[in-house]
Ligand binder design. Structure first.
Ligand code: NAD
Length: 494
């Protein structure tokens, strides 16, 4: 409660502020309402796994166990597909406006419980509460609102054609934006009239299972959405199930390739949202202070656990010294630590495995001759943390310039001409995103035409909207999520 003071800006001037208003409780004080044990969500109910197996979900900020999660075996995945198949006919036959009402209801219920979900997401995944509160949860709700709007307008998805649902869709998602990736997958599939079997990542299953409570409260017909939890084997069973009409995967390129090998020779429709190694390109005429903020946001947002992170900075030689020196100053004031503290900029690394991978790649950068800078920064004693890290003297052949690190590590290269910037930016097997910082509109147009990336941001970075399709080229995958294009990926066109 704030201290009482006179204000003239209240509803009636002269009244005491503290008598009338109280500050909202800080988001980190919301009760995440976690259960000690989470079962599978099949046929609209929480059910014990037939496998009889469970695994633990850990809080990466302090390594404490948060909950026990059911591990779905092949029989559980099969039960989930059967329940989705049973629900499909009635769900697909509902008028679009009725399906839209369910999606609106889901979006509103998520908004009602936004604080609770933000805290749960932060506890389970390690991301700063500021991000789960201001980005993950609102964006997830926005995806349901947006697709609710489409549900009764499907004749405009492909004008002149008839768009029909595909059937039961199998979906597997990663741990970096657990609730948001779930929304990206579920909302278009449901709006189009499909039913779903979805597997969240093994380190971040909790918000999906909490989301199942929202589906129950929204009275979504049983079986339309089913959640099976577990690791790679469960994922392979979801992707490989013979009754899946389509599979949609978001995760690493390595696993994406394994799934494509597994499904080679079948007529399964597929979309793959895979890894990235984006170039963030700064020209000498860019607004440098803004660019520095964009670089920081591009690589340190969500601890760098972002598929489209601007992990390769390409900076024009005339301003390289200035940009690097400003960057060093800027990252000295980034706060690393407790993700539940609303002042934290970088929270915890999602898992011990991911921390090990970041450390190995950073060590390879040092070994291969790049120059590392880490600001002085005290990390918490327990939990998985890594400081913001810059590498200069990076060459194109270094592993840190080629491989996705998926952590708060920026590799900095320089260039002299526009052609060299384009050549270097495209010199990667990936093609998910890129950023361009320049004052010249014509240069932005040229760069966005010649960069082989699904998204090119100009004088900004990491901006998303449900109406804007997102997806990659080359080893970053195929298919789009968001917008009309995202809906087409869940439709059969007649
Ligand atoms: P991952 O590939 O290890 O795991 C992703 C999911 O696949 C998890 O749910 C996992 O359990 C499951 N899985 C593992 N082996 C499987 C198998 N053989 N068959 C089926 N499923 C299997 O990736 P991750 O470490 O969880 O996520 C990070 C990766 O995701 C990064 O490469 C990142 O770039 C990518 N990503 C891409 C996008 C995008 O839109 N392009 C978005 C977010 C993350």
């Amino acid at each position: 409660m704030p201290s009482a003071r006179k204000t003239s800006s209240g509803p009636r001037s002269g009244l005491i502020f503290g008598d009338l208003w109280e500050f909202d409780p800080a988001p980190e004080t919301a009760d995440p309402k976690l259960k000690a044990r989470y079962d599978l969500f099949i046929g609209g109910r929480f059910v014990r796994p037939r496998s009889g197996r469970t695994f633990d979900s850990i809080n990466p900020a302090n390594e404490a166990k948060l909950a026990e999660i059911a591990l779905a075996g092949p029989a559980d995945v099969d039960a989930a597909y059967r329940s989705a198949a049973d629900a499909f006919k009635a769900w697909a036959a509902l008028p679009g406006r009725e399906r839209g009402k369910y999606l609106y209801r889901i979006a509103r219920l998520l908004q009602d419980r936004a604080r609770e979900f933000a805290v749960a997401e932060t506890l389970d995944g390690g991301k700063p509460i500021r991000e789960s509160r201001d980005f993950d949860v609102p964006m997830a709700a926005a995806h349901f609102f947006y697709h609710a709007g489409w549900a009764d307008k499907l004749e405009y998805v492909a004008p002149g054609r008839i768009a029909r649902p595909l059937g039961v869709v199998g979906q597997v998602i990663p741990w970096n934006f657990p609730l948001l990736m779930l929304a990206w997958k579920l909302a278009p599939a449901l709006a189009m009239g499909n039913c779903v079997v979805l597997k969240p990542a093994e380190t971040t299953s909790i918000t999906a299972l909490k989301f199942a409570e929202i589906l129950q409260d929204a009275e979504l017909p049983a079986g339309v959405v089913n959640f099976v939890t577990g690791a790679g084997e469960t994922g392979a069973a979801v992707m490989g199930h013979p009754s899946a009409a389509k599979v949609a995967f978001t995760g690493s390129t390595e696993v994406g390739k394994a799934i494509m090998r597994q499904l080679a020779g079948t007529d399964r429709k597929m979309t793959m949202e895979l890894g990235g190694k984006a170039a963030n390109i700064v020209f000498d005429d860019a607004p440098i202070d803004q660019a520095v903020e964009g670089i920081v946001n591009g690589i340190f947002f969500n601890q760098g656990h972002v598929c489209c992170a601007g992990s390769r900075l390409l900076v024009h030689e005339p301003v390289a010294g200035q940009v690097i020196s400003k960057l060093r100053n800027r990252i000295r004031v980034l706060r690393v630590g407790d993700p539940l503290d609303k002042n934290t900029d970088l929270g915890a690394i999602n898992s011990r495995e991911q921390l090990g991978r970041i450390r190995r790649l950073v060590a390879s950068g040092v070994r291969e001759g790049a120059l590392m800078y880490q600001p002085p920064c005290r990390l918490p004693e327990r939990g998985y943390y890594f400081p913001p890290t810059l590498f200069t003297r990076v060459t194109q052949s270094h592993r840190i310039a080629r491989e996705e690190i998926f952590g708060p590590v920026l590799s900095i290269l320089t260039f002299r001409t526009v052609d060299e910037a384009i050549e270097k930016a495209n010199n990667t097997p990936y093609g998910l995103s890129a950023g361009v910082w320049t004052d010249k509109g014509s240069r932005i147009l040229r760069m966005s035409t010649e960069l082989k990336a699904g998204v090119v941001w100009a004088n900004t970075f990491n901006k998303f909207d449900p109406s804007s399709p997102f997806g990659g080229y080359r080893e970053s995958g195929f298919g789009r999520e968001g917008g009309r294009q995202g809906l087409l990926d869940y439709a059969h066109l007649a």
